[in-house]
Design a protein. Structure first.
Length: 364
């Protein structure tokens, strides 16, 4: 097969390219230029492009560079900024996967005549007993990335390869050392590539949008403090709320963006019985009907969070309600919510948390 492998300049994608070549595929590496601004997080930098190019040379494969910076700004950076204006907590790395790595890149690969695209994500594509393609968890539980690539449907799963999904992270680094790859000991990238460690989210957003001051109130409406930037506040936050210390711990339980108001309460007020999720992408559309009759699932709401038992209510092809088996802490609107089967082995669907919930009066 002729495979286009996305090479970020990290060890996983480097070994992914090596594994594909060792398996006899015709491999071409590609690095996507996404963010052209300041970066100190070990992702999207000039040095990353150079590392990918040099690894390609070591492997004796061709290496391309695609400039997708306009697409990145349109589909990742601009929505990230607007989400903060709207009181939403976005996940830009997942949107980058959705729109760039598994949309724009696949589109370009097809135009160039490639049979598949590959990445260094720790996930696997396998067929179940009925022949349906399933996005299954990576072999390394601690590094599994099925959550962040949950948006792949049957067509994309058929066109996508994850060559290191069957390896643990330690095995990936061992392979890189054996091959003498320059990325063998390179640290994993951290955080959001366009948010610098020195300036942080506050500086990045402050250069693009005006911050609004907001009143902090208790659940009964009584004043408690003030915040200088409503756009930086998220559900579950404890610090930076301008409230005095002492007494029970207080958390953000609601961000009322239209009224520039932040509501705080004790931890019990964070717990919810249910959650509405929209913009659902189904791995296999046939699972919609299956879940109408057998609706037990496991639900994961962060990259390395636990998968929590729940049932689902199908509200439409792209909207569901998650009913928790036990009340759970509120998930910030805008975060990705991914459904797994009851054995926690493969992805059923994924979508975006909505600002809808049903509070519980106390922990049970």
């Amino acid at each position: 097969m002729k495979v286009l492998v996305a090479m970020s300049g990290g060890v996983d994608s480097s070994v992914a390219a090596a594994e594909l070549k060792a398996a006899g595929h015709e491999v071409v590496g590609v690095t996507m230029r996404l963010w052209g601004g300041e970066s100190d997080t070990g992702c999207c930098s000039v040095s990353d492009v150079d590392d990918a190019r040099r690894v390609a040379q070591q492997l004796d494969i061709d290496h391309l560079v695609f400039n997708f910076s306009d697409d990145f700004d349109k589909h990742v950076v601009a929505p990230y900024v607007q989400a903060h204006v709207d009181g939403i907590t976005p996940n830009p790395c997942i949107e980058c996967n959705r729109h760039l790595k598994f949309d724009r890149l696949s589109e370009r690969a097809r135009l160039l005549g490639f049979d598949a695209v590959a990445t260094g994500h720790h996930a696997r594509v396998e067929r179940d007993d009925e022949g349906t393609l399933r996005l299954t968890r990576g072999a390394d539980d601690a590094k599994d990335q099925s959550y962040v690539v949950h948006m792949l449907d049957q067509a994309e799963l058929a066109y996508t390869m994850f060559p290191v999904g069957h390896l643990t992270k330690a095995q990936v680094r061992e392979r890189a050392v054996e091959l003498g790859l320059r990325t063998a000991t390179k640290p994993d990238s951290q955080d959001v590539c366009f948010i610098s460690k020195t300036g942080g989210r506050e500086t990045f957003l402050g250069n693009r949008i005006p911050f609004r001051k907001a009143e902090v109130v208790n659940e009964d409406g009584s004043p408690a403090g003030k915040v200088e930037a409503l756009e930086l506040v998220t559900i579950g936050q404890r610090k930076g709320l301008g409230i005095p210390g002492g007494g029970p711990k207080q958390y953000v339980v609601e961000v009322d963006t239209p009224n520039a108001r932040v509501v705080i309460g004790e931890e019990a007020s964070l717990y919810r019985k249910s959650l509405v999720v929209n913009n659902i992408v189904w791995s296999d559309a046939a699972d919609i009907d299956r879940l109408r009759s057998q609706n037990d699932v496991l639900v994961q709401s962060s990259a390395h969070g636990a998968a929590i038992p729940a049932t689902v209510e199908i509200m439409g092809n792209q909207e569901i309600r998650v009913l928790w088996a036990q009340p759970q802490r509120a998930i910030a609107p805008g975060q990705s919510v991914v459904l797994y089967n009851t054995t926690n082995s493969y992805v059923l669907a994924g979508g975006i948390a909505c600002p809808d919930s049903e509070k519980v009066s106390s922990l049970q």
